[in-house]
Design a protein around this ligand. Sequence first.
Ligand SMILES: *[C@@H]1O[C@H](CO)[C@@H](O)[C@H](O)[C@H]1NC(C)=O
Ligand SMILES: *[C@@H]1O[C@H](CO)[C@@H](O)[C@H](O)[C@H]1NC(C)=O
Ligand SMILES: *[C@@H]1O[C@H](CO)[C@@H](O)[C@H](O)[C@H]1NC(C)=O
Ligand SMILES: *[C@@H]1O[C@H](CO)[C@@H](O)[C@H](O)[C@H]1NC(C)=O
Ligand SMILES: *[C@@H]1O[C@H](CO)[C@@H](O)[C@H](O)[C@H]1NC(C)=O
Ligand SMILES: *[C@@H]1O[C@H](CO)[C@@H](O)[C@H](O)[C@H]1NC(C)=O
Ligand SMILES: *[C@@H]1O[C@H](CO)[C@@H](O)[C@H](O)[C@H]1NC(C)=O
Ligand SMILES: *[C@@H]1O[C@H](CO)[C@@H](O)[C@H](O)[C@H]1NC(C)=O
Ligand SMILES: *[C@@H]1O[C@H](CO)[C@@H](O)[C@H](O)[C@H]1NC(C)=O
Ligand SMILES: *[C@@H]1O[C@H](CO)[C@@H](O)[C@H](O)[C@H]1NC(C)=O
Ligand SMILES: *[C@@H]1O[C@H](CO)[C@@H](O)[C@H](O)[C@H]1NC(C)=O
Ligand SMILES: *[C@@H]1O[C@H](CO)[C@@H](O)[C@H](O)[C@H]1NC(C)=O
Length: 808
Amino acid sequence: MATMSQICPIFTAVFLLALQLCIGNKSCTIWSSSGHMVKRGSSFQVYCTFYCTCKRSMYSDHPPTPQNHEEFNSTTIYFKVLNITENRTYSCQCSCSLSLDSCGMDISTGYPPDRPKDISCIYKVSNDKSGDVFCTWKRGRNTHLKTTSVLCVRSVFGNHTSIDHECPRNGTDLSSVSFPVPRSVQLISVRVKAHNPLGSSVSSTTNYTLSDIAMPPAPVLVHPECSSRECIIRVHQSVKTDHLEIQYKSDGQTWTTFTSPSHSHQGAKAWNISLLEPYTLYNFQARSKLSTGLWSQWSTNISSWTQEEAPAKELDVWYAEPASDSKSLKVYWKEANNSISRGKITRYIVKVYNPNSTLRSESNIKCNATNYTVPFCANCEVAVLSSNSKGLSPPAKITTSYKQAKPPQDLQVTAASDNVTISWRKPEAAPASYVVEWYPEGHKLEELRWVRLSGNDNHTLITGIKQFECYEVAVYVFYDENSVGRTRFTGVTNLESAPAASPLFQEKVEGNAVTVSWTELPRSQRKGCITNYTIYLDSDSRPQMSYNVQASERMYIIEALSPASYSLWMTAWTAKGEGPAGQKVKLYIQQSQLPLLLMCGVISMIVLFFVCLCQNSGVKQRLWVFLQCLILDVVPDPANSKWAKECTQVKGKLNLQVQLSSSSVTKDEEEPILVDVEELPKKNSLTSIPTKVSLQHPSQTSQNPEMDPATHLYPLTTYIKSFSHDSDSSDHTQTSLDTNTTVEYISSHGPGIIAEEDQGEDEEEEEEFPEMLGFLPSHNVFLEPMDFGGKLTLDAVKIDCGDFFQNI
Ligand SMILES: *[C@@H]1O[C@H](CO)[C@@H](O)[C@H](O)[C@H]1NC(C)=O
Ligand SMILES: *[C@@H]1O[C@H](CO)[C@@H](O)[C@H](O)[C@H]1NC(C)=O
Ligand SMILES: *[C@@H]1O[C@H](CO)[C@@H](O)[C@H](O)[C@H]1NC(C)=O
Ligand SMILES: *[C@@H]1O[C@H](CO)[C@@H](O)[C@H](O)[C@H]1NC(C)=O
Ligand SMILES: *[C@@H]1O[C@H](CO)[C@@H](O)[C@H](O)[C@H]1NC(C)=O
Ligand SMILES: *[C@@H]1O[C@H](CO)[C@@H](O)[C@H](O)[C@H]1NC(C)=O
Ligand SMILES: *[C@@H]1O[C@H](CO)[C@@H](O)[C@H](O)[C@H]1NC(C)=O
Ligand SMILES: *[C@@H]1O[C@H](CO)[C@@H](O)[C@H](O)[C@H]1NC(C)=O
Ligand SMILES: *[C@@H]1O[C@H](CO)[C@@H](O)[C@H](O)[C@H]1NC(C)=O
Ligand SMILES: *[C@@H]1O[C@H](CO)[C@@H](O)[C@H](O)[C@H]1NC(C)=O
Ligand SMILES: *[C@@H]1O[C@H](CO)[C@@H](O)[C@H](O)[C@H]1NC(C)=O
Ligand SMILES: *[C@@H]1O[C@H](CO)[C@@H](O)[C@H](O)[C@H]1NC(C)=O
């Protein structure tokens, strides 16, 4: 405004004043000792000359921060800036006349440009006449200021005249430039000038022979035409070139390079690429080169499928014979890879031939199946073929009627965490091939896997083995088409633990035998290979019994169980241990009853007869003498025999021991112990209804008064105590009778009748009768000495009743 008013002195003062009020006047002038642009890190002063006289201050940046200034003279102050590192703003202000504007300036900082380096140029030939030189260079560090570069070129023509291209006035921010150069130019010299407000710099000069940096444009490929083995590629080139390279590859492979013979090419030309694989997608690209210079860029990729051919080889086929019927065969094959199938398999054909080689059946199977069950016969032959649009594969033949040959020897299995190595010793007779098959035990048909190996192999690595799974593996060695040796083994696992559960079983009691049958554990609960099963049988009165059963069994019969109540359970084992016990089942073994009932009936009659005789005093006397004679002999005391007593009591409260025995037998009736026993249904019609029966403790003999009460239970009413009263395997059978009498017991040998707990102490030598049921003495038990060692067992009681009557 001030300058304007000086230039135009004709304007009136009013106009000046109005202008001053409207626009405002500067209160000061600001300048720096180094101008607006300073090098980073430099130091300088900023001056302010004021037009006002009141307090003057200096600020920097936004918002303005007061700075400590120094006086230069009466109107001017200054401020020293040290080591400036960034753009700054400085301003000055009169504190008195606020109507006047403050003055300020921006200081920009940066660096002068570095010398451009690493100039690199190529000559992109666009046609026969011209091309473009494209140069790049490195600018060096960031200047923080607007910096432009220019490329100065000097061209030398073939006729040795040279033209200096003036360095263009306007430069570029970029570090590359492209400019047209005719193809008659032989050499160029280039240098780069960089410039900014803080300075400028020039690179060294680089000379290029254009033919050395000439690069033709990339060729253009036209969609190829392919047969199964070769493709014809058309290549378009806009510039005459001397070299051409074509590359091709299928997916996942590396490039194969085809180099054309060296001669000049231009326009469209067809190239024949052969040695390709059928039914494969190929990618193609090409590049070219002048006689010297650089290769062009690669052309854009084009791709094409080669056509199909009939499958090259027979399928890899294997088989399994379903165990259920020998009239069928399940054949398996592997999807062949593309180099064998040579096309998209549209179907598989399974042919079955009769032994006389006539076709028996032919099945077409959809393309994605890998197994098929065909009807089969002994000596039949199966052929599996694959088919694509161009034809059939050779047949892969299978027969099951092989001649047995020497199996592979020294099979070894090494299991790692997720793979298993199978190795064997090579037989002396050179084998043609091997097949190793494997499958989870019991799932051969569903999960059969196999691998075919050459005759030189002696091991294979099986992968994909599931953990906690039991595998069966077989190695087949083929010596020729007809003879094969096989070794099969089971129990291959790569991780195992004890089974997770116990098998579900069913038990069936028949007489004194229990039939236990069970099903295999579910696959997920086996946790490896089941090695065996253990059946446990526990009863209160005897030690726990266990029976080991092989893993292949599904049934076990436990025989000759003594009557008692048992609990039964079973477990499964792997090599890592025993699984948990599962369900526990209670079962009862009862004494068989029919013979005993009959016998008791007979005995009752005998006793009745005997009692009648005793009513006669003469007979009684004679009997007394007779009995004494008997007692002198070592003969079992019939009165003391349980059966005699019991059967007697069945028919009334006749107390035989008082009259018939002089031994100091006391009746020492124990308090009955009442036990609830469920009587299971029996075949015997007399006792076919299940009943609840109270059992009473038997009377105790007094020969050993300190004896603990016997722990055997005897029937209170409807049962007769077992006649056998010791021996481990004696049968504590019980017989129902109609009458309601209490059993008394007479013993001539005390605690011998007591259960096993008392054995050995007071017992005369004991003979055991483990299997007594078949023992039928023909002697009269009363009259003839019989060495039963103080025991009168059931066997002894199965007497010939006819003899008994005769002797009496
Ligand atoms: C103060 O210094 C400035 C800069 O040199 C000059 O323009 C100005 O006239 C001086 N003022 C006086 C009063 O000397
Ligand atoms: C200038 O300042 C920068 C950063 O603050 C520092 O690294 C440099 O040493 C200083 N230079 C001088 C000469 O003080
Ligand atoms: C400093 O100023 C210059 C020139 O005005 C500008 O080009 C540059 O970007 C500025 N730098 C920063 C860091 O603002
Ligand atoms: C050299 O060649 C250039 C370009 O072809 C041409 O302009 C120039 O006149 C030639 N000079 C002489 C001396 O032939
Ligand atoms: C350089 O200057 C010329 C004229 O001198 C102008 O035609 C051209 O557009 C300018 N180029 C750039 C990139 O500014
Ligand atoms: C580049 O060529 C010029 C003449 O065209 C020559 O004077 C200069 O020495 C050459 N520079 C180099 C580095 O060869
Ligand atoms: C082959 O055997 C089948 C039956 O097995 C029979 O029907 C057929 O006639 C036989 N063919 C020849 C040529 O013997
Ligand atoms: C197999 O073929 C059937 C029917 O053609 C189709 O539904 C199924 O998806 C195919 N499976 C695979 C794995 O290609
Ligand atoms: C087999 O498994 C073991 C353990 O995971 C591993 O170390 C080994 O490399 C595997 N072998 C192969 C051939 O993959
Ligand atoms: C398998 O063959 C190799 C050499 O081919 C031999 O070193 C190795 O001991 C063989 N293994 C068995 C189990 O025979
Ligand atoms: C048998 O073929 C069916 C489909 O057809 C497939 O799901 C199954 O996995 C195949 N079995 C084997 C053992 O390859
Ligand atoms: C049952 O299998 C386990 C584990 O393999 C073993 O320790 C045990 O001895 C086997 N029992 C019999 C009777 O084989």
